[in-house]
Design a binder for this molecule. Structure first.
Ligand code: AGP
Length: 362
């Protein structure tokens, strides 16, 4: 049961929470799908989405990274423009708002002070807010007009894993119901695709030995590491790099593949690990071009691709899922690789230094 907060036979909460992701997916499907097989999201929320001319997603850390992918879902499927903002920046540098903005706060804990500060500000301006959170009754949930729950069960490890994929799943459902309300017909069944994602997650979680060997091959002794990707793969790379740096203390950065040549490529030395994601067909060739560029400077490339796009040089191939939902699958190898890197570097996986589970100071 996802709500069991004991570690059981697991050495760390993080590993347990990574493994719970298929179960959380199924729970979300169950919670948001009625017996009639229709998507069920509170009518007021669908109406608020439909009425708004622009959605502003506000969040921090991993939840911010989920927001970046959520923007893709909402813009691609529901055709509503979306901006994604880091909460601590938004409060001091508020963008010009559209006429009918809707705010979405994404927060696992629902207690993050930076996000709450923005909520207070935008409520004072008279705007409506939806909070997507794992904790019913949390501050952000109570102070927002609407709430969507993640149903991920308690997340104890400081490094967020199952909350991230739950956030993506709930955002995808929100995007799909908004599309429906706007008369846009999607050419796939989201719940069926999420069920496929759940099965794929299980396959990935069963492949721990392989993830551990990747961690040992690329990250056992390195001082730094880069994650590159294009389109949503870039966003997943940002999340992979945050995961790695917070628990293994390896200096890790996520970059858009095409941006490397504008500066970052100067950091590539002999054996610098570069983890490249290739799950998106329209950028497959260009990200592979970027890999060639870093390899020419001595990088040690680890390409993680999706079935159908793979080549012989790839280190790991993820089974095929719906292309837009690829981040839900692609993040799992990155979570596990970070976990094993931290483990082999003798780091305190569940309680990394200098960090708190929920950041309640601004
Ligand atoms: C993730 O691994 C982090 N520990 C952190 O970035 C976290 O996602 C961030 O502090 C936001 O927390 P929240 O989702 O509870 O608001």
């Amino acid at each position: 049961d996802a709500s069991d907060i004991e570690k059981g036979t697991y050495p760390h909460y993080m590993l347990k929470e990574i493994d719970e992701q298929p179960l959380v997916m199924r729970k979300i499907i169950q919670q948001y799908q009625g017996a009639d097989n229709e998507l069920h999201v509170d009518e007021d929320i669908v109406k608020a989405m439909n009425d708004s001319d622009r959605v502003y997603i506000v969040a921090c850390g991993t939840s911010y990274h989920a927001g970046l992918v959520g923007k893709q879902f909402i813009e691609t499927w529901a055709k509503v423009p979306v901006e994604v903002h880091v909460a601590s920046e938004f409060s001091y540098n508020m963008p010009l708002l559209s006429e009918k903005p809707l705010f979405i706060f994404i927060s696992q804990s629902g207690e993050t002070a930076d996000s709450r500060a923005v909520l207070v500000q935008i409520k004072e301006l008279g705007h409506k807010a939806l909070t997507i959170t794992n904790v019913p009754g949390s501050t952000l949930s109570r102070e927002s007009d609407y709430t969507l729950l993640l149903h991920a069960g308690p997340e104890i490890a400081v490094a967020s894993t199952k909350a991230y994929t739950a956030q993506l799943a709930v955002l995808s459902i929100l995007a799909a119901v908004t599309a429906q309300a706007r008369g846009i017909k999607l050419d796939f069944d989201l719940m069926q695709e999420l069920a496929i994602v759940a099965n794929t997650m299980e396959v990935l979680c069963d492949d721990k030995e392989e993830m551990e060997s990747i961690a040992l091959q690329f990250l056992a002794t390195t001082r730094n590491a880069f994650f590159i990707g294009r389109s949503v793969d870039y966003y997943v790379g940002l999340e992979g790099s945050l995961k790695l740096k917070e628990i293994s203390y390896i200096q890790a950065e996520g970059f858009a593949g095409g941006e490397l040549k504008h500066g970052t490529i100067a950091l590539i030395e002999n054996n610098t690990p570069v983890i490249a994601l290739a799950t998106q067909e329209h950028v497959n060739l260009s990200i592979r071009g970027n890999v060639k560029e870093v390899v020419a400077r001595g990088a040690n490339p680890c390409i993680i691709s999706m079935k159908g796009l793979e080549t012989e040089e790839d280190r790991y191939v993820i089974p095929k899922v719906h292309e837009t939902l690829a981040p839900l699958a692609a993040v799992i190898p990155l979570q596990l690789i970070s976990y094993y890197a931290a483990l082999h570097r003798d780091c305190d996986v569940d309680k990394p230094r200098n960090l708190a589970k929920s950041v309640t100071v601004e």
